[in-house]
Design a protein around this ligand. Structure first.
Ligand SMILES: [Ca+2]
Length: 247
């Protein structure tokens, strides 16, 4: 029987998304947001977000690309966004606060269609099914946004019309399941389907992708001579493989 001993915790900080541009031909030119990102490493390039649900992953540290324009001065205009912990800091009329600390993406919905709010490149294996997840919230009462995932430009899952909630800490979940057609990477994006300027303002946070079962998330998979598994409370545990040491 293989014996293991714990050598270290691979913390969420080493599992940041590689912020590379998404290939989305029908979308507007993609802008790279690099606000407070750490420089991606080779290790990070193979991982996305935090692979071990349910640790909080704030947009403050998560890499992504966007078709929206960063605007750090309130009030933001349609088609722009900012990273805030309180929606009032991007528009005095918006309501919403980060559900788990940190900052979230505060978007004033675009008034033209097919603008990606956030995109990440996701490494996938052929035949494996993944579940994309993002936390979302309508920041306004009237004409809430309807959000939709897109995988390589194709709609994934059903659009979700956000529901206004007076609780500023209330967030909803947007999900979609997709299967890797080939081993490589896909672009995963979120768009708002509502283009009314009055309304359609939304918050996004904690974009994650897990395998469908949630038991072997990508980014926390074993490799040759390295065994990894989630500990059930959001940490990716790495173990030395003693059998390899003895060779
Ligand atoms: Ca708006």
């Amino acid at each position: 029987m293989k014996s293991m001993h714990l050598v270290r915790l691979a913390l969420a900080s080493c599992l940041v998304v590689l912020p590379v541009a998404c290939a989305m031909p029908e979308a507007e030119e993609m802008a790279m947001y690099e606000g407070e990102f750490e420089a991606p490493t080779a290790e990070a390039a193979q991982a996305i977000a935090n692979p071990c649900f349910p640790t909080h992953q704030s947009f403050e540290t998560q890499g992504f690309t966007t078709g929206y324009t960063l605007d750090t001065t309130a009030p933001i205009a349609p088609g722009t966004f900012n990273l805030v912990s309180d929606a009032k800091d991007c528009n005095a009329g918006f309501r919403g606060k980060a559900s788990g600390g940190g900052k979230f993406g505060c978007f004033d919905g675009a008034t033209v269609p097919n603008v990606n709010a956030v995109c990440v490149n996701v490494p996938v294996s052929a035949g494996t099914t993944y579940r994309a997840f993002v936390r979302a919230r309508s920041l306004v009462k009237d004409l809430p946004a309807s959000l939709q995932f897109f995988v390589d430009g194709a709609a994934c899952g059903s659009p979700k019309s956000l529901t206004w909630n007076t609780n500023e800490y209330a967030w909803e979940s947007l999900t979609c399941d997709f299967t890797g057609a080939t081993t490589g990477s896909v672009s995963l994006c979120v768009r708002d389907l509502v283009t009314y300027a009055w309304g359609n303002d939304f918050g996004l946070d904690e974009l994650r992708v897990l395998t469908h079962t949630g038991e072997e998330p990508i980014g926390c998979q074993s490799e040759s001579c390295v065994d990894r598994s989630c500990d059930g409370i959001g940490h990716c545990m790495e173990y030395d493989n003693v059998q390899c040491d003895e060779k």
